[in-house]
Design a protein around this ligand. Structure first.
Ligand code: ADP
Ligand code: GLC
Length: 493
Protein backbone atom coordinates (compact mmCIF):
# COMPACT_ATOMS: atom_id res chain seq x y z
CA UNK A 1 0.00 0.00 0.00
CA UNK A 2 1.48 3.38 -0.96
CA UNK A 3 2.42 5.61 1.94
CA UNK A 4 -0.15 8.25 2.85
CA UNK A 5 1.36 11.65 2.22
CA UNK A 6 1.58 14.33 4.89
CA UNK A 7 0.89 17.62 3.14
CA UNK A 8 1.14 20.97 4.85
CA UNK A 9 -0.85 23.65 3.04
CA UNK A 10 0.18 27.18 4.05
CA UNK A 11 -1.83 30.18 2.94
CA UNK A 12 -2.50 33.72 4.12
CA UNK A 13 -6.23 33.45 3.43
CA UNK A 14 -8.59 30.49 3.56
CA UNK A 15 -12.36 30.28 3.16
CA UNK A 16 -14.45 30.37 5.35
CA UNK A 17 -12.05 31.99 7.83
CA UNK A 18 -10.45 34.93 6.00
CA UNK A 19 -10.80 36.15 2.42
CA UNK A 20 -9.87 39.02 0.13
CA UNK A 21 -10.02 37.14 -3.18
CA UNK A 22 -9.72 33.85 -5.03
CA UNK A 23 -6.71 32.63 -3.04
CA UNK A 24 -9.11 32.04 -0.14
CA UNK A 25 -11.52 30.07 -2.32
CA UNK A 26 -8.69 27.84 -3.55
CA UNK A 27 -7.14 27.39 -0.10
CA UNK A 28 -10.52 26.43 1.31
CA UNK A 29 -11.46 23.97 -1.39
CA UNK A 30 -8.34 22.29 -2.82
CA UNK A 31 -7.27 20.81 0.56
CA UNK A 32 -10.74 19.30 0.97
CA UNK A 33 -10.41 17.51 -2.34
CA UNK A 34 -6.89 16.29 -1.47
CA UNK A 35 -8.27 15.00 1.81
CA UNK A 36 -10.87 13.05 -0.13
CA UNK A 37 -8.01 11.51 -2.12
CA UNK A 38 -6.69 10.31 1.22
CA UNK A 39 -3.78 12.72 1.61
CA UNK A 40 -3.23 13.79 5.22
CA UNK A 41 -3.38 17.47 4.35
CA UNK A 42 -3.48 20.15 7.04
CA UNK A 43 -4.03 23.85 6.56
CA UNK A 44 -2.00 26.62 8.24
CA UNK A 45 -3.03 30.28 8.25
CA UNK A 46 -2.52 33.34 10.46
CA UNK A 47 -4.93 33.77 13.33
CA UNK A 48 -6.52 37.06 12.26
CA UNK A 49 -8.70 38.57 14.96
CA UNK A 50 -11.52 38.96 12.42
CA UNK A 51 -11.98 35.16 12.44
CA UNK A 52 -14.96 34.12 14.53
CA UNK A 53 -13.42 31.61 16.97
CA UNK A 54 -16.72 30.64 18.56
CA UNK A 55 -18.42 29.99 15.23
CA UNK A 56 -15.59 27.78 13.99
CA UNK A 57 -14.82 26.18 17.34
CA UNK A 58 -11.20 27.33 17.32
CA UNK A 59 -9.29 26.25 20.43
CA UNK A 60 -5.79 26.78 21.86
CA UNK A 61 -3.43 23.88 21.38
CA UNK A 62 -2.05 23.33 24.91
CA UNK A 63 1.70 23.85 25.42
CA UNK A 64 2.15 25.24 21.94
CA UNK A 65 4.02 28.48 22.74
CA UNK A 66 7.06 29.24 20.60
CA UNK A 67 9.45 32.12 20.07
CA UNK A 68 10.89 33.53 16.89
CA UNK A 69 13.83 35.84 16.61
CA UNK A 70 12.83 38.80 14.42
CA UNK A 71 15.87 41.09 14.22
CA UNK A 72 16.82 41.81 17.81
CA UNK A 73 13.41 40.89 19.21
CA UNK A 74 12.14 37.56 20.39
CA UNK A 75 8.51 37.34 19.29
CA UNK A 76 6.13 34.94 20.97
CA UNK A 77 3.50 32.90 19.18
CA UNK A 78 1.19 30.00 19.82
CA UNK A 79 -0.97 27.58 17.88
CA UNK A 80 -4.74 27.37 17.72
CA UNK A 81 -6.70 24.78 15.84
CA UNK A 82 -10.00 23.51 14.63
CA UNK A 83 -11.17 20.62 12.57
CA UNK A 84 -13.30 20.45 9.46
CA UNK A 85 -15.31 17.45 8.45
CA UNK A 86 -14.81 16.33 4.86
CA UNK A 87 -17.11 13.44 4.02
CA UNK A 88 -16.50 11.94 7.43
CA UNK A 89 -12.75 12.56 7.34
CA UNK A 90 -11.07 15.10 9.56
CA UNK A 91 -9.14 18.04 8.12
CA UNK A 92 -7.20 19.98 10.74
CA UNK A 93 -6.69 23.71 10.39
CA UNK A 94 -3.93 25.34 12.45
CA UNK A 95 -3.78 29.05 13.16
CA UNK A 96 -0.55 30.87 13.95
CA UNK A 97 -1.37 33.32 16.68
CA UNK A 98 0.27 36.60 17.63
CA UNK A 99 -1.95 39.48 18.67
CA UNK A 100 0.44 42.23 17.76
CA UNK A 101 0.67 41.03 14.14
CA UNK A 102 -2.77 39.68 13.41
CA UNK A 103 -5.18 41.62 15.59
CA UNK A 104 -6.09 44.04 12.80
CA UNK A 105 -9.12 45.15 10.80
CA UNK A 106 -7.72 43.89 7.48
CA UNK A 107 -5.51 41.09 6.20
CA UNK A 108 -2.82 43.10 4.40
CA UNK A 109 -4.31 46.54 4.01
CA UNK A 110 -5.55 48.92 6.69
CA UNK A 111 -9.25 49.41 5.88
CA UNK A 112 -9.17 52.85 7.49
CA UNK A 113 -6.72 54.38 5.02
CA UNK A 114 -6.31 51.74 2.29
CA UNK A 115 -2.52 51.54 2.84
CA UNK A 116 -0.60 48.29 3.27
CA UNK A 117 0.32 47.67 6.89
CA UNK A 118 3.82 49.00 7.44
CA UNK A 119 4.98 45.84 9.15
CA UNK A 120 3.71 43.38 6.50
CA UNK A 121 7.23 42.05 5.99
CA UNK A 122 7.65 41.20 9.64
CA UNK A 123 4.13 39.77 9.86
CA UNK A 124 4.75 37.26 7.10
CA UNK A 125 8.32 36.47 8.18
CA UNK A 126 6.73 35.56 11.49
CA UNK A 127 3.99 33.52 9.85
CA UNK A 128 6.43 31.65 7.58
CA UNK A 129 8.75 30.69 10.42
CA UNK A 130 5.79 30.14 12.70
CA UNK A 131 4.47 27.46 10.35
CA UNK A 132 7.77 25.55 10.52
CA UNK A 133 8.07 25.90 14.30
CA UNK A 134 4.44 24.86 14.73
CA UNK A 135 4.97 21.73 12.69
CA UNK A 136 7.77 20.69 15.00
CA UNK A 137 5.70 21.38 18.10
CA UNK A 138 2.85 19.30 16.71
CA UNK A 139 5.38 16.61 15.85
CA UNK A 140 3.89 16.02 12.42
CA UNK A 141 6.51 15.63 9.70
CA UNK A 142 5.32 16.95 6.34
CA UNK A 143 6.38 15.16 3.15
CA UNK A 144 5.21 18.18 1.18
CA UNK A 145 4.85 21.81 2.15
CA UNK A 146 2.57 23.53 -0.33
CA UNK A 147 3.01 27.31 -0.14
CA UNK A 148 1.01 30.03 -1.89
CA UNK A 149 1.99 33.48 -3.12
CA UNK A 150 4.51 35.88 -1.59
CA UNK A 151 3.17 35.67 1.95
CA UNK A 152 4.58 32.15 2.24
CA UNK A 153 7.45 32.48 -0.26
CA UNK A 154 10.07 32.40 2.50
CA UNK A 155 9.15 28.90 3.64
CA UNK A 156 11.02 27.06 0.83
CA UNK A 157 14.01 29.32 1.42
CA UNK A 158 14.04 28.69 5.17
CA UNK A 159 13.99 24.97 4.51
CA UNK A 160 17.10 25.29 2.37
CA UNK A 161 18.96 27.53 4.87
CA UNK A 162 18.07 27.89 8.57
CA UNK A 163 16.32 24.52 8.63
CA UNK A 164 18.64 22.95 6.03
CA UNK A 165 20.30 20.59 8.51
CA UNK A 166 17.24 19.94 10.61
CA UNK A 167 16.55 16.18 10.50
CA UNK A 168 12.85 16.90 11.10
CA UNK A 169 12.59 18.36 7.58
CA UNK A 170 15.21 16.13 5.92
CA UNK A 171 12.61 14.56 3.60
CA UNK A 172 10.32 17.54 3.12
CA UNK A 173 9.75 18.84 -0.43
CA UNK A 174 8.13 22.13 -1.34
CA UNK A 175 5.58 23.27 -3.91
CA UNK A 176 5.00 26.97 -4.49
CA UNK A 177 1.82 28.14 -6.22
CA UNK A 178 1.70 31.50 -7.95
CA UNK A 179 -1.82 32.93 -7.78
CA UNK A 180 -0.93 36.41 -8.93
CA UNK A 181 2.48 37.52 -10.12
CA UNK A 182 1.67 41.20 -9.86
CA UNK A 183 1.79 41.07 -6.07
CA UNK A 184 5.35 40.01 -5.29
CA UNK A 185 5.90 41.09 -1.70
CA UNK A 186 8.75 43.52 -2.35
CA UNK A 187 10.38 45.07 0.72
CA UNK A 188 13.36 47.26 1.57
CA UNK A 189 16.78 45.72 1.99
CA UNK A 190 16.98 47.38 5.41
CA UNK A 191 14.41 44.84 6.66
CA UNK A 192 16.51 41.85 5.64
CA UNK A 193 18.02 41.22 9.08
CA UNK A 194 14.52 40.44 10.39
CA UNK A 195 14.57 37.18 8.46
CA UNK A 196 17.57 35.73 10.30
CA UNK A 197 18.76 34.49 6.89
CA UNK A 198 22.40 34.53 5.80
CA UNK A 199 23.27 37.52 3.62
CA UNK A 200 24.49 35.27 0.82
CA UNK A 201 20.90 34.64 -0.28
CA UNK A 202 20.54 38.35 -0.98
CA UNK A 203 21.90 38.08 -4.51
CA UNK A 204 20.59 38.16 -8.02
CA UNK A 205 20.03 34.41 -8.17
CA UNK A 206 18.47 34.57 -4.69
CA UNK A 207 15.88 36.90 -3.21
CA UNK A 208 17.47 40.16 -4.29
CA UNK A 209 15.41 42.16 -6.79
CA UNK A 210 16.72 45.58 -7.82
CA UNK A 211 18.42 45.93 -4.43
CA UNK A 212 15.25 45.02 -2.57
CA UNK A 213 13.81 41.82 -1.11
CA UNK A 214 11.33 39.89 -3.27
CA UNK A 215 9.39 37.16 -1.47
CA UNK A 216 7.66 35.84 -4.60
CA UNK A 217 11.12 35.34 -6.09
CA UNK A 218 12.13 33.36 -2.99
CA UNK A 219 9.23 31.00 -3.56
CA UNK A 220 10.07 30.59 -7.24
CA UNK A 221 13.78 29.96 -6.79
CA UNK A 222 13.89 27.79 -3.69
CA UNK A 223 10.85 25.53 -4.08
CA UNK A 224 11.13 22.05 -5.57
CA UNK A 225 8.20 22.64 -7.92
CA UNK A 226 6.23 25.69 -8.95
CA UNK A 227 2.65 25.73 -10.10
CA UNK A 228 0.34 28.42 -11.30
CA UNK A 229 -3.40 28.44 -11.67
CA UNK A 230 -3.95 27.91 -15.41
CA UNK A 231 -1.94 26.50 -18.30
CA UNK A 232 -2.25 29.70 -20.27
CA UNK A 233 -0.97 31.88 -17.40
CA UNK A 234 1.97 29.47 -16.96
CA UNK A 235 2.94 30.28 -20.55
CA UNK A 236 2.22 33.98 -20.28
CA UNK A 237 4.34 34.61 -17.19
CA UNK A 238 7.47 33.21 -18.82
CA UNK A 239 6.90 35.08 -22.03
CA UNK A 240 7.04 38.81 -21.32
CA UNK A 241 7.35 41.56 -18.79
CA UNK A 242 3.67 42.36 -19.34
CA UNK A 243 2.76 39.21 -17.40
CA UNK A 244 6.02 38.40 -15.63
CA UNK A 245 6.42 41.76 -13.88
CA UNK A 246 10.21 41.42 -13.98
CA UNK A 247 10.28 37.76 -12.96
CA UNK A 248 9.77 36.36 -16.47
CA UNK A 249 13.47 35.49 -16.79
CA UNK A 250 13.61 33.73 -13.43
CA UNK A 251 10.47 31.80 -14.35
CA UNK A 252 11.75 30.86 -17.77
CA UNK A 253 14.82 29.35 -16.11
CA UNK A 254 12.61 27.17 -13.94
CA UNK A 255 10.25 26.28 -16.77
CA UNK A 256 10.85 22.54 -16.48
CA UNK A 257 9.58 22.70 -12.89
CA UNK A 258 6.65 25.02 -13.61
CA UNK A 259 3.19 23.51 -14.08
CA UNK A 260 -0.13 25.14 -14.97
CA UNK A 261 -3.03 23.50 -13.11
CA UNK A 262 -6.42 25.10 -13.52
CA UNK A 263 -8.26 25.98 -10.31
CA UNK A 264 -11.43 24.10 -9.57
CA UNK A 265 -14.80 25.08 -8.18
CA UNK A 266 -16.33 23.91 -4.95
CA UNK A 267 -19.84 23.18 -6.18
CA UNK A 268 -21.06 22.58 -2.64
CA UNK A 269 -20.66 26.34 -2.24
CA UNK A 270 -21.08 27.71 -5.78
CA UNK A 271 -24.01 25.99 -7.43
CA UNK A 272 -27.56 27.33 -7.76
CA UNK A 273 -28.91 23.99 -6.64
CA UNK A 274 -27.16 24.11 -3.23
CA UNK A 275 -26.91 27.84 -2.69
CA UNK A 276 -28.41 28.89 0.64
CA UNK A 277 -27.74 32.57 -0.01
CA UNK A 278 -30.17 32.94 -2.90
CA UNK A 279 -33.96 33.28 -2.65
CA UNK A 280 -34.67 30.68 -5.35
CA UNK A 281 -32.63 27.53 -5.95
CA UNK A 282 -32.61 26.18 -9.50
CA UNK A 283 -30.77 23.91 -11.91
CA UNK A 284 -30.64 23.09 -15.62
CA UNK A 285 -34.00 21.33 -15.25
CA UNK A 286 -35.92 24.36 -14.06
CA UNK A 287 -33.88 27.23 -15.43
CA UNK A 288 -37.02 29.37 -15.60
CA UNK A 289 -36.87 29.85 -11.85
CA UNK A 290 -33.67 31.87 -12.18
CA UNK A 291 -35.83 34.90 -12.89
CA UNK A 292 -36.90 35.03 -9.22
CA UNK A 293 -33.28 35.77 -8.35
CA UNK A 294 -33.06 38.41 -11.06
CA UNK A 295 -36.03 40.20 -9.53
CA UNK A 296 -34.53 39.95 -6.04
CA UNK A 297 -31.20 41.25 -7.27
CA UNK A 298 -32.70 44.28 -8.99
CA UNK A 299 -34.82 44.99 -5.98
CA UNK A 300 -31.77 44.86 -3.75
CA UNK A 301 -30.06 47.41 -6.00
CA UNK A 302 -33.18 49.54 -6.34
CA UNK A 303 -33.34 49.04 -10.11
CA UNK A 304 -36.49 48.46 -12.19
CA UNK A 305 -37.11 44.91 -13.39
CA UNK A 306 -37.73 44.03 -17.02
CA UNK A 307 -37.37 40.44 -18.10
CA UNK A 308 -36.19 41.47 -21.56
CA UNK A 309 -33.39 43.74 -20.43
CA UNK A 310 -30.23 41.78 -19.66
CA UNK A 311 -28.49 42.35 -16.36
CA UNK A 312 -24.71 42.21 -16.50
CA UNK A 313 -23.10 41.53 -13.14
CA UNK A 314 -19.56 42.09 -11.95
CA UNK A 315 -17.95 41.11 -8.65
CA UNK A 316 -14.39 42.21 -8.35
CA UNK A 317 -11.53 43.62 -6.38
CA UNK A 318 -11.36 47.17 -7.71
CA UNK A 319 -7.79 46.87 -8.98
CA UNK A 320 -6.01 47.69 -12.26
CA UNK A 321 -5.92 43.97 -13.06
CA UNK A 322 -9.66 43.72 -13.47
CA UNK A 323 -10.24 45.92 -16.51
CA UNK A 324 -12.18 48.71 -14.85
CA UNK A 325 -10.36 51.33 -16.89
CA UNK A 326 -11.57 49.53 -20.02
CA UNK A 327 -15.14 49.65 -18.75
CA UNK A 328 -14.67 53.33 -18.04
CA UNK A 329 -13.38 53.95 -21.55
CA UNK A 330 -16.32 52.06 -23.06
CA UNK A 331 -18.92 53.28 -20.57
CA UNK A 332 -20.60 55.94 -22.74
CA UNK A 333 -21.22 53.45 -25.46
CA UNK A 334 -22.19 50.60 -23.11
CA UNK A 335 -24.70 52.76 -21.31
CA UNK A 336 -26.43 53.66 -24.56
CA UNK A 337 -27.33 49.99 -24.93
CA UNK A 338 -30.44 48.40 -23.51
CA UNK A 339 -28.89 46.74 -20.46
CA UNK A 340 -28.44 47.04 -16.73
CA UNK A 341 -25.11 46.82 -14.90
CA UNK A 342 -24.73 45.62 -11.35
CA UNK A 343 -21.40 45.97 -9.53
CA UNK A 344 -20.02 44.64 -6.26
CA UNK A 345 -16.46 45.58 -5.37
CA UNK A 346 -14.00 47.14 -3.03
CA UNK A 347 -10.57 48.59 -3.60
CA UNK A 348 -9.04 51.54 -5.47
CA UNK A 349 -10.80 54.78 -4.79
CA UNK A 350 -10.55 55.94 -8.40
CA UNK A 351 -12.65 52.99 -9.51
CA UNK A 352 -15.14 53.45 -6.69
CA UNK A 353 -15.62 57.04 -7.79
CA UNK A 354 -16.07 56.00 -11.39
CA UNK A 355 -18.74 53.47 -10.48
CA UNK A 356 -20.56 55.92 -8.21
CA UNK A 357 -20.47 58.46 -11.01
CA UNK A 358 -22.07 56.22 -13.64
CA UNK A 359 -24.65 55.12 -11.11
CA UNK A 360 -25.58 58.70 -10.38
CA UNK A 361 -25.95 59.50 -14.06
CA UNK A 362 -27.85 56.31 -14.90
CA UNK A 363 -30.00 55.56 -11.87
CA UNK A 364 -32.25 53.10 -13.74
CA UNK A 365 -29.41 51.24 -15.38
CA UNK A 366 -26.53 50.98 -12.94
CA UNK A 367 -26.38 49.49 -9.45
CA UNK A 368 -23.25 49.76 -7.31
CA UNK A 369 -22.39 48.28 -3.96
CA UNK A 370 -18.99 49.17 -2.58
CA UNK A 371 -17.80 46.71 0.03
CA UNK A 372 -17.30 42.99 0.55
CA UNK A 373 -20.38 40.81 0.76
CA UNK A 374 -20.34 37.11 0.17
CA UNK A 375 -24.12 36.93 0.28
CA UNK A 376 -24.52 39.58 -2.38
CA UNK A 377 -21.85 37.88 -4.51
CA UNK A 378 -24.01 34.75 -4.61
CA UNK A 379 -27.11 36.75 -5.50
CA UNK A 380 -25.28 38.46 -8.38
CA UNK A 381 -24.18 35.10 -9.77
CA UNK A 382 -27.75 33.81 -9.58
CA UNK A 383 -29.64 36.95 -10.59
CA UNK A 384 -27.56 38.28 -13.50
CA UNK A 385 -27.94 37.19 -17.10
CA UNK A 386 -24.30 37.82 -17.96
CA UNK A 387 -21.11 38.23 -15.98
CA UNK A 388 -18.39 40.68 -16.96
CA UNK A 389 -14.64 40.02 -16.54
CA UNK A 390 -12.67 42.22 -18.96
CA UNK A 391 -9.40 41.58 -17.09
CA UNK A 392 -6.08 43.04 -18.19
CA UNK A 393 -4.58 39.76 -16.99
CA UNK A 394 -6.16 36.92 -15.01
CA UNK A 395 -4.11 34.04 -13.60
CA UNK A 396 -7.21 31.86 -13.38
CA UNK A 397 -10.31 33.74 -12.33
CA UNK A 398 -13.08 31.95 -10.48
CA UNK A 399 -16.20 33.99 -11.05
CA UNK A 400 -16.39 33.09 -14.73
CA UNK A 401 -16.49 29.41 -13.76
CA UNK A 402 -19.04 30.07 -11.01
CA UNK A 403 -21.13 32.02 -13.54
CA UNK A 404 -21.29 29.06 -15.93
CA UNK A 405 -22.93 26.91 -13.26
CA UNK A 406 -25.50 29.66 -12.56
CA UNK A 407 -26.44 29.96 -16.25
CA UNK A 408 -24.95 33.45 -16.27
CA UNK A 409 -23.00 33.77 -19.50
CA UNK A 410 -19.51 35.21 -19.00
CA UNK A 411 -18.20 38.07 -21.12
CA UNK A 412 -14.44 37.89 -20.74
CA UNK A 413 -11.18 39.11 -22.13
CA UNK A 414 -9.36 36.02 -23.33
CA UNK A 415 -6.33 36.14 -21.06
CA UNK A 416 -4.88 33.64 -18.55
CA UNK A 417 -7.47 31.28 -17.14
CA UNK A 418 -10.34 33.15 -18.80
CA UNK A 419 -9.06 31.93 -22.15
CA UNK A 420 -8.72 28.37 -20.81
CA UNK A 421 -12.14 28.12 -19.19
CA UNK A 422 -14.53 29.93 -21.55
CA UNK A 423 -15.43 28.75 -25.02
CA UNK A 424 -16.59 31.35 -27.55
CA UNK A 425 -20.29 31.07 -28.39
CA UNK A 426 -21.00 30.45 -32.05
CA UNK A 427 -24.43 31.54 -33.34
CA UNK A 428 -24.43 28.99 -36.11
CA UNK A 429 -23.39 25.86 -34.27
CA UNK A 430 -24.94 27.08 -30.99
CA UNK A 431 -21.86 25.73 -29.24
CA UNK A 432 -19.83 27.67 -26.70
CA UNK A 433 -20.28 28.98 -23.19
CA UNK A 434 -19.57 32.71 -23.29
CA UNK A 435 -18.27 35.74 -25.13
CA UNK A 436 -14.58 36.50 -25.52
CA UNK A 437 -12.48 39.29 -26.90
CA UNK A 438 -8.72 39.42 -27.27
CA UNK A 439 -7.39 42.96 -27.61
CA UNK A 440 -7.49 45.15 -24.54
CA UNK A 441 -9.52 47.71 -26.39
CA UNK A 442 -12.76 49.51 -25.57
CA UNK A 443 -14.23 48.88 -29.01
CA UNK A 444 -13.60 45.17 -28.68
CA UNK A 445 -15.36 45.21 -25.33
CA UNK A 446 -18.43 47.05 -26.57
CA UNK A 447 -18.57 44.95 -29.73
CA UNK A 448 -18.59 41.80 -27.60
CA UNK A 449 -21.28 43.15 -25.28
CA UNK A 450 -23.39 44.04 -28.33
CA UNK A 451 -23.00 40.50 -29.64
CA UNK A 452 -24.04 39.09 -26.26
CA UNK A 453 -27.13 41.34 -26.28
CA UNK A 454 -28.04 40.15 -29.75
CA UNK A 455 -27.88 36.51 -28.66
CA UNK A 456 -29.86 37.38 -25.53
CA UNK A 457 -32.69 38.82 -27.62
CA UNK A 458 -33.23 35.40 -29.18
CA UNK A 459 -34.71 33.37 -26.31
CA UNK A 460 -33.91 29.98 -27.84
CA UNK A 461 -30.26 30.75 -28.39
CA UNK A 462 -29.97 32.20 -24.92
CA UNK A 463 -31.42 29.10 -23.35
CA UNK A 464 -28.84 27.11 -25.26
CA UNK A 465 -25.87 29.12 -24.06
CA UNK A 466 -27.13 28.90 -20.47
CA UNK A 467 -27.44 25.14 -20.76
CA UNK A 468 -24.03 24.83 -22.38
CA UNK A 469 -22.52 26.65 -19.41
CA UNK A 470 -24.42 24.80 -16.71
CA UNK A 471 -23.25 21.47 -18.12
CA UNK A 472 -19.57 22.34 -17.69
CA UNK A 473 -17.72 20.58 -14.91
CA UNK A 474 -14.88 22.54 -13.33
CA UNK A 475 -14.99 20.66 -10.04
CA UNK A 476 -11.68 20.09 -8.25
CA UNK A 477 -11.60 16.37 -9.02
CA UNK A 478 -9.33 16.59 -12.04
CA UNK A 479 -7.05 19.34 -10.75
CA UNK A 480 -6.68 17.87 -7.25
CA UNK A 481 -5.45 14.64 -8.86
CA UNK A 482 -2.86 16.63 -10.77
CA UNK A 483 -1.59 18.20 -7.54
CA UNK A 484 -1.49 14.76 -5.93
CA UNK A 485 0.55 13.41 -8.84
CA UNK A 486 2.90 16.34 -8.58
CA UNK A 487 3.38 15.81 -4.83
CA UNK A 488 4.12 12.14 -5.43
CA UNK A 489 6.59 12.88 -8.20
CA UNK A 490 8.69 14.86 -5.73
CA UNK A 491 8.97 12.06 -3.20
CA UNK A 492 11.83 9.64 -3.87
CA UNK A 493 10.70 6.01 -4.32
P1 ADP B 1 -9.06 37.50 -7.55
O1 ADP B 1 -8.54 36.43 -6.66
O2 ADP B 1 -8.06 38.05 -8.47
O3 ADP B 1 -9.74 38.58 -6.78
P2 ADP B 1 -10.94 35.47 -8.53
O4 ADP B 1 -11.92 35.51 -9.64
O5 ADP B 1 -10.01 34.34 -8.52
O6 ADP B 1 -10.18 36.87 -8.51
O7 ADP B 1 -11.69 35.36 -7.14
C1 ADP B 1 -12.40 36.39 -6.55
C2 ADP B 1 -13.21 35.82 -5.40
O8 ADP B 1 -13.48 36.87 -4.48
C3 ADP B 1 -14.54 35.29 -5.83
O9 ADP B 1 -14.98 34.29 -4.92
C4 ADP B 1 -15.44 36.52 -5.72
O10 ADP B 1 -16.79 36.21 -5.59
C5 ADP B 1 -14.89 37.15 -4.46
N1 ADP B 1 -15.04 38.60 -4.36
C6 ADP B 1 -14.32 39.58 -4.96
N2 ADP B 1 -14.74 40.80 -4.59
C7 ADP B 1 -15.75 40.59 -3.73
C8 ADP B 1 -16.62 41.47 -2.98
N3 ADP B 1 -16.52 42.78 -3.07
N4 ADP B 1 -17.55 40.91 -2.18
C9 ADP B 1 -17.67 39.56 -2.10
N5 ADP B 1 -16.89 38.69 -2.77
C10 ADP B 1 -15.94 39.19 -3.56
C1 GLC C 1 -5.46 35.39 -7.83
C2 GLC C 1 -5.82 35.69 -9.27
C3 GLC C 1 -7.03 34.95 -9.76
C4 GLC C 1 -7.04 33.51 -9.28
C5 GLC C 1 -6.90 33.48 -7.76
C6 GLC C 1 -6.89 32.07 -7.20
O1 GLC C 1 -5.94 36.31 -6.92
O2 GLC C 1 -5.93 37.06 -9.51
O3 GLC C 1 -7.06 34.98 -11.17
O4 GLC C 1 -8.23 32.87 -9.66
O5 GLC C 1 -5.69 34.08 -7.39
O6 GLC C 1 -5.86 31.27 -7.73
Amino acid sequence: MPKKLNILFASSEVEPFAKTGGLADVSGSLPKEIRKLNGDIRIFLPHYSTIDSAKYNIKDLPNSEFEIQIGSNKIKGKIKLTSLNVNGKQLTVYFIHNENYFDRGGLYVNPLNNFDYEDNFERFVFFSRGVLEATKIIGWQPDIIHTNDWQTGLIPLYLKTLYGNDPFFANTKTVFTIHNLAYQGIFEKSEFSKTGLPWDVFRIDGIEFYDRINLMKAGIIYSDAITTVSKNYAKEICSSVEFGYGLEGVLAERKSNLFGILNGVDYSVWSPLNDDFIPQKYSGRNIGKKIVNKKALLEKYGLPFNENIPVIGMISRLADQKGLDLIEAASDELLRLDLQLVFLGAGDEKYQLFLERIKERNPEKVGVHIGFSNELAHLIEAGSDMFLMPSRYEPCGLNQMYSLKYGTAPIVRATGGLEDSIEQYNSETKLGTGFKFYDYDKNELSKTVRFALEVFSDKKSWLQIMKNGMKQDFSWKVSAKKYMELYKSLIPE
